[in-house]
Design a protein around this ligand. Structure first.
Ligand code: DGL
Length: 270
């Protein structure tokens, strides 16, 4: 079991932000990634649909005998909150590790949270931050155009379209004087440089993919499930639509060529 892969899923490219960090913290772990590119975005869908998709994604990973599942998706973590109870192996979403890091980071006690509409409407991040510290003010903003921008390769910080969209969405949080902003959707760290350049260097951006990868390593350790092989881990990528666009952006983001390592599957079979 120790040498079984870790399963990571998201609606598309976003969960790669967790994969990149997993590689840093646990370089000898094997990873199986599923990006539901045929049904992205999740964040504008109903609760029932998001829960059904999340269960199918998890079942696909279970078929690969993974030892742990990471829902590297803010939307699934916020909406399909009971998923962990339906799984026979350790599981984490992104909300609690991210809130913990943000509550620790803020000095002004003002935290901005950005995410998909489903995530923001669930108030998942706000409610958990308030449990950590009820005095923290949380300013929430949904950013429905960010996921389509990222999935279509609009990720350059100097691209005017990217900057204009960010400026529009971030205005409320900037005006409120938040010193910490949670990137509550795992797609957003892919445009972190652009968000940072609009917000300024004084603002701490909390990367949900990164915090979750660090937390997942802790869970594996606690469950005595860390891979004991000395070899570098492998990764396999699966998507529910054609691999081409995914391969290009994934290769740039992960800093390695993943072409020919991405396979298309039919998620409706799960
Ligand atoms: N990366 C997903 C998240 O963290 C994107 C959701 C979507 O597909 O809208 O919320």
């Amino acid at each position: 079991m120790k040498n079984a892969p870790i399963g990571v899923f998201d609606s598309g490219l976003g969960g790669l932000t967790a994969v990149r960090e997993l590689r840093n913290v646990l370089p000898n772990e094997n990873i199986i990634y599923f990006g539901d590119t045929g049904r992205v975005p999740y964040g504008t869908r109903s609760e029932a649909t998001i829960k059904r998709y999340a269960m199918q994604d998890a079942k696909f990973l279970l078929k690969h005998n993974v030892k742990m599942i990471i829902a590297a998706c803010g939307t699934v973590s916020s909406v399909a909150v009971n998923l962990k109870h339906d799984l026979p192996i350790p599981f984490t979403g992104v909300v609690s590790p991210t809130c913990f890091a943000a509550a620790k980071a803020t000095k002004s006690k003002k935290i901005g949270v950005i995410g998909t509409s489903a995530t923001i409407n669930s108030h998942s991040y706000r409610d958990l931050i308030k449990q950590f510290d009820s005095e923290i003010e949380v300013i929430e903003q949904d950013c429905p155009l960010f996921v389509p921008l990222v999935e279509n390769g609009f990720i350059d910080k100097d691209d005017m379209i990217v900057r204009l969209v960010i400026e529009r969405y971030m205005a409320k949080i900037k005006d409120a004087g938040a010193d910490t902003v949670i990137l509550g959707c795992t797609h957003y760290p892919i445009i972190k440089d652009a968000i940072s350049s609009v917000m300024g260097n004084d603002i701490t951006l909390i990367d949900s993919g990164k915090e979750t990868a660090i937390y997942a390593a802790k869970i594996l350790k606690e469950n005595d499930l860390l891979n004991d092989s000395a070899d570098n881990g492998t990764s396999e990528f699966y998507v529910s639509d054609t691999p081409e666009g995914f391969e290009t952006i994934a290769s740039v983001f992960l800093g390695e060529n993943v072409s020919h390592k991405v396979e298309q599957i039919n998620i409706e079979l799960y």
